[in-house]
Design a protein around this ligand. Structure first.
Ligand SMILES: [Ca+2]
Length: 255
């Protein structure tokens, strides 16, 4: 939908403004690597960094809470998001540190709501010791969140190493709309254009020189115009997600 209004320009003048709102089905992406996301830990072994938990590489030893002597009974990784997001799942990739079972015994996900308060977003989830655990936790949240914590409880006397944490969140989907909004011949919109009708006959003073242009219904779709013959042009609209294409055949006749 398109909303039209008036923008107030500093200095007292106004300008016409247009906002186009496109509603799509959401898709899910990992928001942790996004610009502006920050991550920290309650403790990190020297030489490692929580920052390595959001670099897209799950199979590295990015973060460790090893220390000499008594090990930490628990540690927490905290992400801050630059804007509130609809979080769906948190996926924690542990790292197997040689022969050591360097995994948490259990973990819990907590989220910070738009009001700034932290709340549990999962129960305590057992991590297990088979292979290299990947713990995929669905998030319970009543709305968008601005922060995420993975609170880990260590195995008795053990330490923890991690490769990556994914923050799966809803993101705008891509459109499959391959319709044209209008087709123009020499800048004049084709009369009676209907996005679902794909063949037109248009009169022109000079059909061989007529310039055919088109505008897609979805601004993220791509439009190409090809002159098939001196009297026929084909407009092709390809949807943003690449799944759909539609061709409009414009026959040009002498007026
Ligand atoms: Ca990593």
């Amino acid at each position: 939908m398109t909303l039209r209004g008036t923008a107030q320009v500093p200095g007292g003048t106004t300008a016409a403004g247009t906002v186009r709102v496109q509603v799509t089905a959401p898709r899910e992406t990992n928001t942790a690597p996004d610009e502006g996301v920050t991550v920290g830990a309650t403790y990190t072994e020297s030489g490692y960094s929580a920052e390595g938990l959001r670099n897209g590489n799950a199979s590295e030893k990015a973060w460790s809470n090893w220390r000499s002597g008594t090990k930490n009974p628990s540690d927490t990784i905290t992400f801050a998001l630059p804007e509130a997001r609809d979080l769906t799942r948190v996926v924690t990739h542990f790292h197997r540190d040689g022969a050591n079972l360097s995994f948490a015994e259990s973990l819990k996900v907590q989220v910070r709501g738009a009001d700034g308060t932290w709340a549990d977003a999962s129960d305590e989830v057992a991590v297990g010791t088979e292979g290299t655990p990947v713990v995929d936790v669905p998030v319970r949240a009543t709305g968008p969140v601005t922060g995420v914590r993975v609170a880990m409880t260590a195995r008795p006397g053990g330490y923890i190493t991690l490769g990556e944490i994914e923050l799966r969140a809803k993101a705008p989907g891509t459109s499959s709309d391959a319709g044209a909004a209008s087709v123009e011949v020499d800048g004049v919109p084709v009369g009676g254009f209907d996005p679902d009708r794909t063949s037109y006959r248009v009169t022109s003073d000079r059909p061989d020189r007529a310039r055919v242009t088109a505008t897609s219904r979805d601004p993220y779709a791509t439009v190409t115009v090809r002159k098939e013959t001196s009297r026929e042009a084909v407009v092709t609209v390809s949807s943003e997600d690449g799944s759909q294409t539609r061709q409009y055949r414009i026959e040009l006749t002498r007026s």
